[in-house]
Write a protein that binds this ligand. Structure first.
Ligand code: FE2
Length: 325
């Protein structure tokens, strides 16, 4: 089955095409904000402007026409209302115009599933780390449960907020990671609650420390502390669940220092560790296509009237959503 997937939850509009578990194309266009930050209305305008170009490019790379697509999948949430609605509307338009079945996909579910597939790990513990989300997930009877999560901001937003506070030109986690290279460790607050994480005190302390220490040292220490906290709660979840494999996914999973720390921890604990290539940890349409196909095989398509965005769509609400489709 050939599935076209539309991703649109935040600053990225992406359209990918899959055939079963093979990825045929994955075209990604990310709105940078042009120095004024990410304004939801402007992200939506960007997505609307590039949608036809990204669609054309994705079909071209896959060597397919719309007539050859069997299923339309779209990212249903969680996400930011304005950009999300553009992707949902675009997907619905394609489904109606070309008379294709359609299905909505939880964004975190798609990250988890494409990573499990790429890493060839069946039913691992999943660590999902992005701007807005930081969750430890376990799949039981086909549904993910949240074992632990951030109690305030996502780990990616922690780094973005720090980047903005110290006035980095591109206030993004990757810029904080670049600044952190070669830094020295200074002590910052460390806060875990069982398998949950709390980042707000760490952020406040890091911003305060940036007035008295070098920004490089603070950036390094912020990342080391946040990743150590994340590794600790993940290790606790591994011991509790007795899982023998771990997959890390989501935008922050691209961070090489985080990957190194988790790989070392897994090696010491006799746990297999997996991380997908970067393009599948970014927001991308290919993962929506692949996960849409998995969900379609299980639930069939959605009624077009059920195809709306759910900005606060938690992964552990999927059962409710599919019972009402
Ligand atoms: Fe994402």
């Amino acid at each position: 089955m050939i599935t076209l997937g539309v991703e649109c939850t935040a600053h990225t509009l992406s359209i990918g095409i899959s055939k079963g578990s093979s990825i045929l194309s994955n075209v990604i266009d990310t709105y940078s904000g042009g120095g004024e930050g990410l304004i939801p209305r402007k992200m939506a305008d960007h997505h609307a402007a590039v949608f036809p170009v990204v669609l054309r490019e994705s079909l071209k790379k896959a060597g397919l026409s719309m007539d050859e697509i069997d299923l339309i999948a779209f990212s249903q949430g969680p996400g930011i209302g304005a950009p999300l609605s553009v992707g949902v509307s675009g997907a619905k338009y394609l489904a109606i115009k070309y008379q294709k079945p359609i299905i909505g996909v939880n964004h975190g579910y798609a990250h988890a599933k494409i990573s499990e597939s790429f890493c060839k790990l069946k039913n691992p513990l999943v660590l999902y780390l992005s701007g807005g989300n930081s969750q430890i997930l376990i799949e039981e009877s086909g549904y993910y449960k949240v074992l632990g999560e951030t109690l305030d901001s996502g780990i990616g937003n922690l780094f973005d907020s720090f980047g903005r506070a110290i006035k980095l030109e591109h206030a993004h986690g990757s810029a904080v990671a670049a600044l952190a290279q070669g830094g020295n460790y200074i002590e910052l607050p460390y806060s875990v609650k069982g398998m949950n994480l709390v980042f707000s005190g760490l952020l406040t302390a890091a911003i305060k420390a940036s007035h008295t220490h070098s920004k490089k040292d603070v950036a390094f220490s912020l990342m080391e502390t946040a990743f150590a906290m994340t590794a600790e709660v993940t290790e606790r979840a591994l011991f509790l669940t007795k899982k023998k494999s771990l997959v890390v996914c989501g935008g922050v999973a691209q961070n090489k220092r985080l990957q190194e720390m988790l790989a070392k921890m897994c090696n010491e604990d006799g746990v297999r560790f997996g991380v997908a290539p970067d393009q599948y940890n970014r927001d991308n349409g290919a993962m929506i296509a692949y996960a849409g196909w998995l969900l379609y095989k299980r639930y069939g398509s959605m009624n077009i009237k059920s195809c709306f965005s759910i900005t606060n769509y938690r992964i552990d609400r999927m059962k409710d959503v599919f019972s009402k489709k």
